[in-house]
Ligand binder design. Sequence first.
Ligand SMILES: *Cc1c(COP(=O)(O)O)cnc(C)c1O
Length: 219
Amino acid sequence: MTVEQRLAEVRGRVAAAERRGGRSAGSVTLVTVSKTFDADTIRPVIQAGQRVFGENRVQESQNKWPVLKDEFPAVELHLIGPLQSNKAADAVALFDVIETVDREKIARVLADEMRKQGRTPRLYVQVNTGLEPQKAGIAPKETCDFVSMCRDELGLSIEGLMCIPPAEENPGPHFALLAKLAMECGLDKLSMGMSGDFETAIEFGATSVRVGSAIFGKR
Ligand SMILES: *Cc1c(COP(=O)(O)O)cnc(C)c1O
C-alpha cells in the first residue's frame, strides 16, 4: 500500500469510529505524525489533502517544515514531544499547537516567548495518567490547578488535555480519566489515541488522534 492509501484507510477508520461513538462526522481531527520521515515522504500526504501534522522534536521539525509550510501555508503543525526551555523560542516560532505543556517552568517560558514574538500557538497540557516516573506530564490530581495557574498567573489559554497511556496497559481507563479531568477543568479538547488505539480513544471522546506508523509505516 502507498502512504496515500494508508492515509485513506485511517481516515475511513476514524469516520467509522465517529459513527459508532455517535460522534458527528468530522468531529475528530487526524493529526498525522511524521516524525523521522523527510519532506519528500511527507509532501504526497499533504498533496492528498492532509493538513494537520505532529512532530516530536523541535530541531528535526526545523529541518523540514519551514519549506513545506511555505509550499502549503494551510498546514497546521503540532508539537507532541517533550519541550526543553532552550527550544521554546523555536517552538513558538514554528508550531501552531504545542500539546506538551507539562510543567510550570515551560509554561512560564512559553508565556514569555509568546509575548515577545506576538505569536499564540494553541496549547494542551500533557497529563501523566499512569503516573509513570519516566514520562512527562502533570499528575492527574494536579491538572485543574495547573490549568488555572496557566490562565490566571500566566495569561495562557489552555485548549485541552493530552495523554500517552502506559504502553503495557489497556488504554481505555486512561482515556476515560483524561476525559473526566477535561470536564472537571472546563476543557473540551482531548488529544489521545495513536496507531494502536485511536478507535478506542474516539469512543472515549478524543477530539484529535495522533497517528504515525499506521500511515507512514514502520519508523
Ligand atoms: C510517535 C508518537 C505518536 C504516533 O505513534 P504511532 O504509534 O506511530 O501512531 C503519537 N503520539 C506521540 C506523543 C508520539 O510521540
